[in-house]
Design a protein around this ligand. Structure first.
Ligand code: C6P
Length: 404
């Protein structure tokens, strides 16, 4: 079992008071908190070896370059990518998806089909719509059912010779559903389609093995896994990354530039134009070290316990409905109380020091599916406790009594 009290000491922010109450932070799907081990790495970078990388002959530049490339290797190892140059540093999941969507502009043709799941975050919908507009490709939607699970029969029916790309999240940010991505990837490959899995919500809970999954692209954001904001990675199979054109032009991504012609650098630099988030990349490596020191299996088991407990307790409240009741679920609970707007519940919870997210969670098609304006979303991390779940449940009861 996890020693949660010991773990909580690593997160200074958890000692804060908000509105005169101890902070209960249950907005981890939006962004997770940062342990002091990672904060120390950030401070160390700016205090001791801040320099631009891959450029200077001087000592600091070399030191920063080594640490940055070591972080890339840590990330490669964590996701079991075959080669470190298959790990492209990005500013986060949104950047990674746009990079791939832009690349496929020159590959897709009119009439090609793109499949996207019904439970995507806007960042895994809009770039593909833009791609479809540019290329004349057709965007088709893999439907979901009331429980918030993908209808896999419909997915198999949609797959065909015209399908060139399939996009799906590993875990839904609004519902917590863990999608059957192995089956999706295997089936898509039988028709020759490439698959991008948005791992933004999965990476904090599940250690994905990109080789075992045989996935073509996998994207994550560091800030959801105890790292800083503004950094993430795109994993891409080497053959795909070689096929795709660069996303942005600039320094670092070139081999040779003349006014007549530019040739591009090898992977991963071809996709890393400009000065990257050097400190962020190094801190991402430190965040992975931190999470691995706890252990992903232990994290998953503990969070599952929290999910089970919170689900049972919340369902004891009259009129409360949970959206997303899939068999395979992670520690996200989206809910509403009949007759009450989610924003009002969120506001009262905030007064009690409890941080949740309210609204459409950047997944408006899911809200349209359930015909609701939004939900209250509580999302748990391994540093949350059963006492915090109790505080949430008491807070929701209080909000219900005040608002009805
Ligand atoms: N979801 C949430 O509160 P960025 O912003 O690029 O780091 O991640 C975008 C993103 C992509 N896919 C999924 C499944 C996500 O959950 C997110 C971010 C946050 O649910 C902020 S909107």
């Amino acid at each position: 079992m996890l020693d949660v009290q010991k773990i909580r000491k690593d997160f200074p922010i958890l000692n804060r008071e908000v509105n005169g109450k101890p902070l209960v932070y249950l907005d981890n799907a939006a962004t997770s908190q940062t342990p002091k081990q990672v904060i120390d790495v950030i401070v160390d970078y700016y205090q001791n070896y801040n320099a631009n990388i891959h450029r200077g002959v001087h000592f600091l530049s070399q030191e920063a370059t080594d640490k940055y490339e070591q972080a890339r290797q840590k990330i490669q190892k964590h996701f079991n990518a075959k080669k470190s140059h298959e790990i492209i540093f990005t500013s986060g999941t949104t950047h990674g998806i746009n990079l791939v969507a832009n690349g496929f502009s020159s590959i897709l043709k009119k009439g090609d089909e793109i499949l996207v799941s019904a439970m995507e975050h806007h960042s895994n919908i809009v770039p593909w719509q833009m791609l479809a507009e540019r290329t004349g490709a057709l965007l088709k939607v893999i439907p979901m059912n009331e429980e918030g699970e993908l209808v896999m029969d419909a997915f198999h029916d949609l797959l065909g010779a015209k399908t060139k790309l399939v996009f799906c999240n590993h875990i839904s940010n609004a519902l917590g559903t863990i999608n059957p991505i192995k089956e999706i990837i295997e089936s898509a490959h039988t028709v020759g389609a490439a698959v991008l899995i948005d791992g933004a919500q999965a990476a904090p809970h599940i250690q994905a093995d990109v080789q075992a999954l045989d996935v073509d692209f996998y994207t994550v954001s560091a800030h959801k896994m105890c790292g800083p904001t503004g950094v993430g990675v795109l994993y891409g199979k080497e053959e795909w990354l070689n096929k795709l054109p660069p996303y942005q032009g600039g320094g670092e991504m070139i081999a040779e530039v003349t006014f007549e012609k530019t040739t591009y650098a090898e992977l991963p630099h071809k996709f890393e134009a400009g000065t990257p988030n050097i400190c962020g990349g190094i801190a991402f490596g430190a965040a992975l070290d931190y999470m691995n020191s706890i252990g992903f299996q232990k994290i998953a088991a503990y969070e599952h316990e929290l999910l089970k407990y919170a689900t049972e307790e919340l369902l004891s409240i009259e009129g409360l409905r949970i959206y997303g009741t899939a068999q395979e679920k992670t520690s996200v609970i989206s809910f509403n109380i009949e007759g009450v707007h989610p924003y009002d519940i969120g506001t009262i919870l905030d007064k009690l020091g409890i941080a949740v997210r309210t609204g459409h969670h950047c997944a408006q098609p899911i809200m349209d599916f359930y015909k609701i304006p939004g939900t209250v979303r509580a999302s748990f991390c391994f540093y949350n406790t059963k006492e915090e779940v109790d505080a949430l449940v008491e807070g929701v009861k209080r909000a219900r009594n005040m608002l009805l």
